[in-house]
Design a protein around this ligand. Structure first.
Ligand code: SF4
Length: 766
């Protein structure tokens, strides 16, 4: 990289992080304290208005994760600490104006940390970085749209453009975004789902015929056992803890499967209890509700083996005493049982214990819980989806539930928990590089054009195509394309080779600083802000992890009069391209968009009336009537071998994780109190015996290196932190460690970057 080029990675911290005692319970009074501080930062009136509106039926949907809100009555404060952080991050009174960009050159900004960039405040007007310029300069909206349109029209083929979507994008904006791309002539619609639950969609589609979860929040009230696998709900889906605590109080058993001990699955103090005079004192004085009954500490990517172990134990118990498997369900609804039984019979306990890292007796204890439960829910997140054999591993989770008939009935089923508020909705709206023919045919019929049929690029393919100069224009709806994707320096080089990078954003991030020849920042309204259009105040909709469609109405005054809504920006660009749809009408009245969605997207009939009547569930053939839309019309038991990791002596398997003070690549603060890390993020968690074996010490700075495909990827200056992690495994935070995640290392069949399985070496800092 040329010396004056803006840095692609956040710089090393001047001061190392400090290690201290981790929290002894998730949430608790500290969460209330953090929320109170955030209200102060937003300004009392604005802060209280925002937090009283978030996740309310007539308010706006939380911008953060996709955990559902209750069907019935909602709490006055229907949010968690990290929801409050997301709201405050958007409702900050800080503003970035043209003066800011006049003062700060792009290269100078790139030398700042991601935390600093995000803390500068809300973007307020469109900015352009012209070829060869060192500073962003103001540009008018129409000129910006014209500039993008000119770059797009100058392309040799529509497939030289890519239209990226982050999971914050509303249903209405997402539907128009895919329409714009397809009317322009491409299916290049990469999205953040490619990096998170793509593996879940592929696995579930093959196993049960639907790529989504099959449980509702109400099912948590009836589950007898809940497995939380490769997920850290305490930080990434915090309101889930209340559902787990309620289930536990009812007698349900909770099993967590994770290489790391996470306080969020160990102990929880529900902040709602501080508002309950009957509970406040016991909650204050107590240790918090114990959640997990059992923790299976797998080695990284040991989940497939541990699932096979649990199933093997079920089959052995069935053989010993019968009545363990739901034979009637298996006969009536499934295919492939015999092959699975044979495979499990062949699997050796030694191999299972070795590959999983979990003792046999612990696996048997988990199996006992599964056997005693008549209704089991399995939840998972990135800990499963970002492994090389993610798809096969998730299918073993499904196998386990099928053996006991625990899918498609009350209190039971699969629950991939989405990490971004509308990532599932975006996919439902057609944000995917390979939509089925039936979907495209309905779109064509509705809009009277012929959309492209050649599959487009997902995120990894888009990065490769930019690197090869096959994709020359990237327009991103939200997100932080550079920091959220793998192989940071490779991705940065790819972005720099484009003619144009344009980002629709609310706040400043590193993707704005590592750009194509020309770059644009188009500031949009936040979800918490009122969206006034010519047709009056508009609302948008989102879809959460459980397939519930919610209306979302902004309640705050926009951060700047110059901001435009996501919908208005899509319509402005499409009109500038002269694409054949009523874009100006769509921008005036979002009901017109929903009318179109109602005719194109299954499950949305009568959309406008239904969503005004309240949140509604999308149809789910498995949940609603055990209908399996697979090739055979049955649920599939799918066999998979236990993966054998190719790690050489002296190498470690690294997983990237979030702190409690971040949401995806947005860094709210520098602490991770749940893990006892304060004031810094360049930390590598290691087993103390591995630290000793390498002759290292706690607090020492080390460099991490990955050499996948013959390319040396280096992450400098990480502080050694002893942790309860299996030997041979290490954990680091992203995006700092994304530079080590090879573009060429992706999960089989889903092409999801393997951020939870990166082979590295650790050495004293150079
Ligand atoms: S659980 Fe998720 S959606 Fe709910 S308030 Fe917290 S961050 Fe927001």
């Amino acid at each position: 990289m040329a010396s004056n080029q803006p840095a692609a990675q956040t710089p090393p911290e001047p001061e190392p992080a400090r290690l201290g005692p981790p929290s002894t319970a998730a949430a608790g009074l500290k969460a209330v304290g953090v929320t109170a501080r955030l209200v102060g930062e937003m300004g009392l009136a604005r802060g209280v208005r925002a937090l009283l509106a978030v996740n309310q039926a007539d308010g706006f949907d939380c911008q953060s994760c996709a955990w559902p809100s209750p069907d019935g009555d909602r709490h006055v404060f229907e949010f968690c600490e990290n929801g409050a952080k997301a709201v405050a991050d958007e409702a900050t009174p800080k503003r970035i104006t043209a003066e800011f960009f006049r003062k700060h050159a792009v290269a100078e900004l790139a030398a700042q940390s991601d935390h600093w960039l995000n803390a500068q405040g809300r973007l307020t007007e469109p900015m352009v970085l012209r070829p060869g310029a060192t500073h962003y300069a103001p540009i008018g909206w129409e000129e910006a749209f014209a500039l993008i349109a000119a770059e797009l029209r100058a392309l040799p083929t529509p497939d030289a453009a890519a239209f990226y979507t982050s999971g914050r994008t509303s249903n209405e904006a997402a539907f128009l975004w895919q329409l714009l791309a397809r009317q322009f002539g491409t299916n290049n619609l990469p999205d953040c789902s490619n990096m998170c639950h793509e593996s879940s969609g592929v696995a579930l589609g093959e196993s049960i015929g639907i790529g989504k979860g099959t449980v509702t929040l109400e099912d948590f009230e009836h589950a007898e056992a809940i497995f939380v696998i490769g997920q850290n709900p305490g930080t990434n889906h915090p309101r889930m803890l209340a559902a787990l605590a309620a289930a536990k109080a009812r007698g349900a058993k909770i099993v967590s499967v994770n290489p790391l001990p996470e306080i969020g699955t160990e102990r929880f103090k529900n902040p709602q209890d501080f508002l309950n005079p009957l509970k406040v004192l016991t909650t204050l004085a107590g240790e918090g509700a114990r959640l997990s009954d059992l923790w299976l500490q797998t080695r990284i990517a040991g989940d497939l083996a541990v699932m096979k172990g649990i199933m093997k134990a079920l089959l052995e118990a069935e053989a010993a005493r019968g009545g363990v498997l739901d034979r009637e369900f298996i006969a009536q609804h499934t295919a492939g049982f015999e092959a699975l039984a044979a495979d499990l019979g062949r699997a050796s306990w030694d191999e299972i214990v070795e590959a999983s890292g979990v003792p046999r007796e612990t696996i048997l204890a988990a199996a006992e819980i599964a056997m005693r439960s008549k209704a089991t829910i399995c939840c998972w997140a990135m800990g499963l989806t970002q492994q090389p054999e993610a798809v096969a591993t998730i299918q073993q989770v499904v196998n386990l539930l099928l053996l006991r008939g625990s899918i498609g009935r009350r209190g039971a089923g699969v629950c991939p928990v989405r990490g971004h508020s509308n990532v599932q909705g975006d996919r439902t709206m057609g944000i995917c590089e390979k939509m089925p023919e039936s979907w495209l045919a309905r779109l064509d019929a509705e809009f009277g054009f012929s959309s492209p049929r050649t599959h487009g690029h997902d995120t990894v393919e888009t990065i490769r195509a930019m690197h090869d100069c096959r994709v020359r224009v990237l327009v991103a709806m939200g997100g932080n394309f550079l920091s959220a994707t793998p192989d940071t320096e490779f991705t940065a080089a790819a972005l720099r080779r484009t003619a144009l990078t344009a980002h629709i954003s609310t706040k400043l991030n590193r993707a704005h600083l590592v750009t194509g020849r020309t770059a644009l920042i188009l500031p949009c309204l936040g979800r918490s802000e009122r969206d006034a259009q010519a047709g009056g105040e508009q609302f948008v909709t989102t879809e959460d992890s459980m397939g519930i469609i919610n209306a979302s109405r902004g309640r705050l005054t926009p951060a700047s009069p110059e901001l435009r809504s996501e919908v208005a920006i899509v319509c402005g660009l499409a009109a500038a391209l002269g694409l054949p749809a009523p874009w100006r009408e769509f921008a005036t009245d979002y009901d017109l968009i929903r009318d179109r969605i109602a005719r194109v997207v299954p499950g949305f009939a009568d959309y406008n009336r239904r969503v005004r009547a309240g949140a509604f569930y999308l149809p789910n053939a498995v949940r609603d009537r055990r209908e399996w839309r697979t090739a055979t019309g049955r649920a599939h038991f799918i066999v998979a071998p236990i993966p054998r990791p190719g790690v050489a002596p002296g190498e470690f398997v690294m997983m990237t994780i979030r702190t409690h003070d971040q949401f995806n690549t947005t860094v709210y603060g520098l602490d991770d109190r749940y893990r006892g890390v304060f004031g810094g993020r360049r930390v590598v968690f290691m087993h103390s015996d591995d630290i000793t074996a390498l002759g290292l010490m706690q607090g020492q700075r080390v460099d991490l290196t990955n050499r996948h495909g013959g390319t040396v990827r280096l992450a400098r200056g990480f502080m050694v932190a002893p942790y309860r992690i299996p030997r041979g495994c290490v954990a680091t935070y992203f995006p700092e460690a994304n530079v080590l995640v090879p573009i060429g290392s992706t999960a089989a069949r889903s092409n999801t970057p393997t951020s939870k399985y990166v082979v590295v070496t650790v050495a004293t800092a150079g």
